[in-house]
Ligand binder design. Structure first.
Ligand SMILES: [Zn+2]
Length: 489
């Protein structure tokens, strides 16, 4: 696909191949413009009107829904799919076509990033679009970012990240509180003054919903029960509340799965988190990197059986609430199995047997962070193939492995996989975070990332600044990629 000319700032670049734009033939995009909308979804026109007003104020273009055939400029083809859109700006004006509100939203995200202030004035007085024709649709159904809410994470950063993800056309944000969820039923589970209150989560979920992005909460239901980075040896429950020791395996890494009280607490926390996030259709149960059991009760039974019982009962609980569970993949693979050599696998034969017994509506999030053997062909993903063959919906998670994002997404698209999850972990700013998002956005959508400009990454800066504006960012440290530019290398 030829890349569009350099005067256009947009990420991800539209797919599959139809993107023509010409900033040398600009088109007005202001209060004098009527955006002709061709979309059968009655929610689309009010959404566009409301958001154009938010974004452009008195300079907002008008939205004219269901314009008659004669009024329409020649349309670029609208691809199939709920999230597809077509857009055009030219001598005949500006036009958006979509099947649903979801597609109309992505069209608006594209036009918003492409619109620049009209030239020649001090302050913005209306905008210009390049002449353009876009015919666009994503290749993967699930395009997720995974965001960690640490005690150190500025709360405003989460909202900006969610808004930025939506601008980059991600449709899901998995939010993992690291001891930062404030549970009403179990206030001991988390650090004092935990910022992720039900109100805060509900507000973020509503922002996401409005922008076409589902906020999916994560609760580590098996290992990682300390809710703290491993190297910190902190424990968000036991450090300040040692009285809850029986709920965890000795030392505190796994929940004690043989303890009915532990399982009740996990279920109640899941219930609260799911409710706080507005009962989304997905819920992430974590379940990665657990350790073998060390308490006498958990050691009495085959551990795989205990884990299966726990995860299956949580899955059934979530199903009743209308949510599909997601789990990390690694405990479902025996680390000693030679088939996974060079790939992440953390389980034992007992936990690997779970892959045959877990309900098939569980979404397996297969995280492969290591550099791949260059001798392997790019479409050789044995662990993801394994879970697909077993009938699971599979999402690939590449984290810092930027080079793996495109082949991983292409493999999943070709094999009917569900999507891509861009994990970011403790990277909450900086050029690495930027590269994760921009590369994953392109891979999940099905286009190459826009090459960064030599001096200043203008395409990403445009999206980031729009997200900051929407999130109400007004302080120096909260803007850009870092809080302290002197700390940059
Ligand atoms: Zn135990």
């Amino acid at each position: 696909m030829p890349l569009p000319q350099s005067a256009v700032e947009l990420a991800p670049i539209p797919a599959p191949a139809s993107f023509e734009s010409d900033m040398d033939r600009p088109v007005p995009f202001d209060a004098g413009t009527a955006v002709l909308l061709d979309c059968p979804d009655p929610a689309a026109a009010p959404w566009l009107e409301r958001h154009f007003a938010d974004w452009f104020g008195t300079q907002a273009p008008r939205v004219v829904a269901d314009a008659g055939e004669g009024a329409r400029p020649a349309a670029p083809a609208l691809p199939p799919g709920d999230e597809a859109y077509a857009a055009e700006a030219g001598e005949g004006g500006v036009r958006i076509a979509a099947h649903t509100l979801a597609g109309a939203r992505w069209a608006a995200c594209s036009l918003r990033q492409l619109a620049i202030a009209r030239r020649g004035t001090m302050r913005t007085e209306g905008r210009l679009l390049p002449s353009l024709r876009i015919s666009d649709a994503p290749r993967l159904a699930l395009r997720a970012v995974h965001l960690c809410w640490f005690p150190e994470t500025p709360p405003a950063w989460i909202e900006r990240a969610i808004r930025l993800a939506a601008l980059l056309k991600f449709n899901c944000a998995i939010l993992e509180p690291w001891g930062t969820f404030r549970s009403a039923r179990h206030p001991w589970f988390g650090w004092p003054d935990a910022p992720a209150t039900p109100e805060a989560l509900g507000r973020l979920a509503a922002i996401g919903r409005d922008l076409g992005l589902v906020l999916v909460p994560q609760l580590n239901a098996f290992g990682h029960a300390s809710l703290s980075r491993t190297g910190s040896l902190k424990h968000a429950a036991l450090d300040l509340h040692p009285e809850y020791e029986p709920l965890f395996e000795p030392g505190g890494w796994n929940w004690c799965l043989s303890n009915p009280e532990a399982r009740r607490v996990v279920r109640e926390l899941a219930d609260e988190l799911h409710e706080a996030c507005g009962r989304p259709p997905l819920f992430h149960l974590g379940c990665d990197e657990a350790q073998p059991p060390s308490c006498p009760e958990c050691r009495r039974r085959p551990y795989g059986e205990l884990v299966r019982e726990h995860v299956a009962s949580l899955a059934a609980f979530l199903r009743e609430r209308g949510a599909r569970p997601m789990v990390w993949h690694d405990m479902l693979l025996d680390r000693a199995d030679p088939r996974w050599k060079g790939f992440v696998a953390s389980g034992s034969p007992e936990t690997a047997a779970l892959a045959d017994t877990l309900p098939k509506d569980v979404v397996v999030c297969d995280w492969q962070y290591a550099d791949r053997d260059p001798a392997r062909p790019p479409d050789d993903w044995p662990t993801m193939a394994h879970f697909l063959e077993k009938g699971f919906a599979v999402a690939g998670c590449p984290w810092l492995n930027l080079g793996a994002m495109e082949p991983m997404a292409a493999f999943l698209a070709a094999r009917g996989g569900l999507g891509l999850v861009a994990t970011t972990w403790q990277r909450q700013g900086g050029t690495v975070w930027r590269d994760i998002l921009r590369t994953a956005a392109g891979a999940a959508w099905g286009t190459p990332p826009r090459p960064a400009a030599t001096q200043f990454d203008t395409a990403f800066a445009v999206a980031l600044r729009l997200a900051e504006r929407d999130a109400g960012v007004r302080s120096y440290p909260a803007t850009g990629l870092c809080a302290d530019q002197l700390a940059l290398p």
